[in-house]
Design a protein around this ligand. Structure first.
Ligand code: UDP
Ligand code: MG
Length: 191
């Protein structure tokens, strides 16, 4: 597919407008530019298991090589309050206290990644929760052997992505920049 000038404009500068027009579900439609590529953002945490094992670069590079763009990134120490909120769906599970302790053992790296269908793509390359059952080739499948020390957190839906990005990043910590080689990474899916 030849990326039209309008799409190139999208890559070069219109992302910002498209992003500010994003819908409730966090998908950014750029149909006003006649380009049907949609961009999405998702939240990834590199867990203490990644930090302690010196895998920050390796795991980050998997996302970058896939074609996801890092639009926000920082190191931070998690605490009880943020973990109770972040893992609210797991409060009461027998492993919850151990999970929280493992998430506070070292600082984590928080990343906001952008790309077409980024939420689904990131979950797919992250792999199944338990590293022993995750497919080889996925991050968890290649780098871990347990449920708890499973390298990354990745948002599981557009609703959680929107909430989780806000939980970890202020608006001014996220960036829109337009020099990605859109025509080498993306194409319109024609069915
Ligand atoms: N977890 C755990 N034991 C379990 C299930 C989950 O320690 O039996 C941890 C694991 O680190 C997982 C996190 O809780 O990543 C969040 O669980 P969730 O079901 O949301 O899995 P995920 O979305 O991370 O794959
Ligand atoms: Mg989850």
């Amino acid at each position: 597919m030849v990326i039209t000038e309008k799409c190139c404009n999208f890559a070069a500068g219109n992302v910002k407008n498209a992003l500010s027009a994003k819908g409730k579900r966090g998908k950014k439609s750029v149909s006003e530019t006649n380009c049907h590529i949609t961009m999405e953002r998702t939240l990834v945490l590199l867990k203490p298991s990644t930090v302690m094992r010196g895998l920050i670069g390796e795991v980050t590079s998997r996302f970058e090589k896939k074609g996801l763009r890092i639009v926000g990134m920082k190191m931070l120490q998690l605490n009880d309050e943020i973990l109770n909120e972040h893992y609210a769906h797991l409060v009461g599970k027998p492993f919850f206290p151990a999970l929280k302790a493992s998430m506070m053992r070292t600082p984590v790296i928080a990343m906001c990644l952008e790309g077409t269908d980024a939420i689904e793509v990131v979950r797919f390359i992250t792999g199944y929760t338990n590293g022993r059952k995750a497919e080889p080739g996925t991050i968890r499948g290649d780098y871990c052997m347990s449920n708890q020390q499973n390298i990354v957190h990745a948002s599981d839906s557009p609703t959680s992505a929107a909430i989780e990005i806000k939980r970890f990043f202020k608006a001014e910590e996220l960036f829109d920049f337009g020099d990605l080689n859109m025509d080498r990474l993306y194409s319109v899916d024609l069915s």
